[in-house]
Design a protein. Structure first.
Length: 331
């Protein structure tokens, strides 16, 4: 099989021919059709994750099951599926036994990712793709869409509350759509005035240009009960916190580039909260895909052949991808 392999950190990825993997008990073999690329892939490129090269990355893969391991009974050859990050827990820890995500779950880092013609996945770690949803459209939902749906739910939104999205790139442009699809008044906060028209089309009721103090800008617009933050800017997150209404919640889903400095007066006397969130309940992924299938959410994509992964990573690092990049595999 063909795969794009990282053989050395911070060096170009290399297209290689590798042996075809065989699924073990409880696993499936997926012929990959599309795989999304996001900021996590840059972290892999720079060696931030605790895995040594050679590495086959790609954690937003969608394709077709072509082989089943022993014991797999609820999936079939020919099923269209995507693989998500936490594929299989240990089954024995307190979190597993209580139905929560295992802190030591296996992922693509254990089996190899989707930037390859074929990939292994645990049967417990794949989700069926709704009919009518193309592979390239479904791919970003397995990380970006899943993440923001969990973040929205972990904010505990109440009917009538106002939601602001901070950072409207690959994750944020989906967060705008999910918040609006679920019936909330939705604001988008961006530093790029050129995105105003696109974000309005995606469902934002109001687009705020952040300027030097996004918290002040948000407060002047009436504040928000919930801020869903997908930006990596610690400065922006810290500043925007003051735009929360009393009892408001800021849910952080990005990887800040430094420490957060939160206004202690706003935090304490306004009963405001800072929360963290990543991919959580599996139902979040299911519901995120269903909203795509119903046409209420549509990722905005740049499509590339898998051979251009290095070019995609360069565009991603330069902030030029608008909004989500997806690699297309030969079918």
């Amino acid at each position: 099989m063909r795969a794009v392999v990282l053989t050395e950190f911070n060096k170009p990825w290399v297209l290689q021919d590798l042996p075809t993997p065989t699924p073990g008990p409880g696993q499936v073999l997926v012929k990959v059709h599309s795989s999304g690329v996001c900021g996590t892939d840059l972290h892999v490129h720079h060696g931030i994750f605790p895995i040594p090269p050679p590495i086959i990355a790609g954690h937003e893969p969608v394709g077709e099951i072509v082989a089943l391991g022993i014991g797999v009974t609820d999936l079939k050859i020919g099923d269209r599926v995507g693989a998500f990050w936490s594929q299989k827990g240990c089954g024995r820890c307190a979190r597993c036994q209580s139905g929560e995500a295992c802190g030591n779950a296996q992922s693509w880092m254990n089996l190899g990712g989707g930037n390859s013609e074929l990939m292994l996945a645990w049967a417990s770690g794949v989700e069926l793709i709704p009919d009518g949803v193309p592979s390239e459209v479904a791919a970003p939902i397995f990380c970006a869409g899943y993440t923001v749906m969990s973040g929205l739910r972990n904010a505990d939104p109440k009917p009538g509350e106002r939601i602001a999205i901070l950072g409207v790139g690959g994750l944020g442009h989906l967060a705008v759509q999910y918040a609006k699809a679920l019936g909330f008044e939705t604001l988008a906060i961006t530093s790029q005035a050129g995105k105003r028209g696109e974000l309005t089309t995606l469902g934002a009721d109001e687009v705020l240009i952040s300027g030097d103090d996004p918290g002040k800008v948000l407060a002047a617009a009436g504040g928000a009960d919930i801020i869903l933050s997908t930006t990596n800017s610690a400065k922006q997150i810290s500043a925007t916190f003051t735009g929360l209404r009393p009892n408001g919640r800021l849910v952080n889903m990005g990887m800040p580039d430094g420490p957060l400095v939160i206004d202690s007066f706003a935090l304490t006397f306004g009963q405001r909260q800072l929360r963290g969130s990543s991919q959580d309940k599996r139902k979040d992924l299911y519901d995120a895909l269903q909203l795509v299938a119903k046409g209420k959410v549509k990722p905005m994509l740049e499509l590339y052949p898998i051979e251009q992964l290095n070019d995609v990573l360069e565009r991603l690092a330069a902030g030029k991808v608008r909004y989500r990049a997806v690699l297309q595999h030969a079918k």
